[in-house]
Design a protein around this ligand. Structure first.
Ligand code: ADP
Ligand code: NA
Length: 318
């Protein structure tokens, strides 16, 4: 059975975009692959945030992954598997400052900042360690992370050439076309957990908050009889609402006004989130159970990754 690895960074509250674009395909993958789903809590430390904020984000995300029925996978926290940080250091001895300086995401995230954590610079190496430790043969990746996975390939190849054949060199594949949910207030950029929030639906938003955010969604001034239609270029807001409606199992049939469309979207999203929020409440009442799931997951990760780390250490002369 092939392995699949996905990490989610606890850098904010998981959104409807994360559910439709990530958690849903992750749930589907459980039927055909041995899935390792992690909370990349170390990655979260590359940007300043308070320990309490981080702790709360990790706890919420850990519980949400279970509530989203990812319990058919090995769930773990990156920081509970020391092999990730240790292999990252070994790979830093293979990576060069030149190639890390070419990473577009680093350039974007460090722009206009007075002080940048050195871990933000080396973060792509930690991501390479995440991938290579699990010997994944294929890594489905979207455009924003493609450069990082190419780096992981380069580092694996360079390591294997320099020190011996330790790593599986992952092949980059195109992920199955999942839903791409745009921000409701600014429909030309994607809904994000690290965004400002007004146009972003958090998975734990109560129904009245969901309804208010959808009611305020940006549309356009088109009032024609066929105003409710998909046109990504000129009607990004309406297109986004129609796609959310379809992804949440609703139908736009017979809807001719933006008011009616928004009411239907709000109903569909509230209905989509209700069972998830119900399971979340049950799980949140038993944090010891959630902790135990992640403790067992980390144990399995340590077992799976130990031989790869040992081979890398040995090959380098440690
Ligand atoms: P965010 O942008 O919310 O911080 P990440 O960049 O950490 O999220 O992405 C986590 C996962 O969620 C990735 O698989 C990404 O493709 C998916 N994802 C994030 N935002 C969206 C969105 N608006 N629509 C669809 N999928 C998304
Ligand atoms: Na992000």
């Amino acid at each position: 059975m092939s392995r699949r690895l996905s990490l989610l960074t606890p850098s904010g509250r998981l959104t409807l975009g994360n559910l439709l674009g990530a958690l849903r395909p992750m749930r589907a993958a459980q039927a055909e692959a041995d899935c390792f789903y992690g909370i990349s809590d170390l990655h979260a430390l590359t940007m300043p945030r308070s320990p309490d904020t981080l702790r709360a984000a990790i706890a919420e995300q850990a519980t949400l992954l279970l509530a989203a029925r990812l319990d058919g996978s090995t769930l773990f926290r990156q920081s509970h598997v020391p092999a990730h940080a240790e292999l990252a250091f070994l790979l830093e001895c293979v990576a060069t400052t030149g190639e890390l300086g070419r990473m577009i995401q680093f350039k974007e995230k460090s722009r206009r900042r007075e002080s940048v954590r050195s871990s933000l610079f080396t973060y792509p190496v930690l991501m390479a360690a995440d991938i290579l430790l699990y010997s994944a043969e294929q890594v489905p990746v979207g455009d924003d992370q493609r450069q990082h996975v190419e780096l992981a390939r380069d580092l694996a190849l360079r390591f294997n050439t320099t020190y011996g054949p330790v790593f599986t060199v992952p092949e980059i594949t195109v992920p199955p076309a999942g839903a791409r949910v745009m921000d409701l207030a600014e429909p030309t950029r994607k809904m994000s957990k690290s965004g400002p929030g007004a146009g972003s639906i958090a998975l734990l938003d109560p129904p009245d908050v969901v309804r208010r955010k959808v009611a305020r969604a940006v549309t356009d001034s088109d009032t024609g009889l066929d105003a409710v239609r998909t046109d990504r270029a000129t009607k990004p807001g309406v297109t986004n609402l129609l796609e959310i409606l379809a992804a949440c199992g609703g139908s736009a049939e017979g809807i001719t006004t933006y008011g009616a469309l928004k009411a239907a979207v709000a109903d569909a999203v509230v209905a989509e989130l209700a069972p998830l929020q119900e399971r979340y409440r049950e799980l949140a009442a038993d944090p010891a159970h959630v902790d135990e799931v992640y403790r067992r997951g980390a144990e399995r990760c340590r077992e799976v990754t130990a031989p790869v780390l040992a081979a890398a250490r040995d090959a380098m002369g440690l």
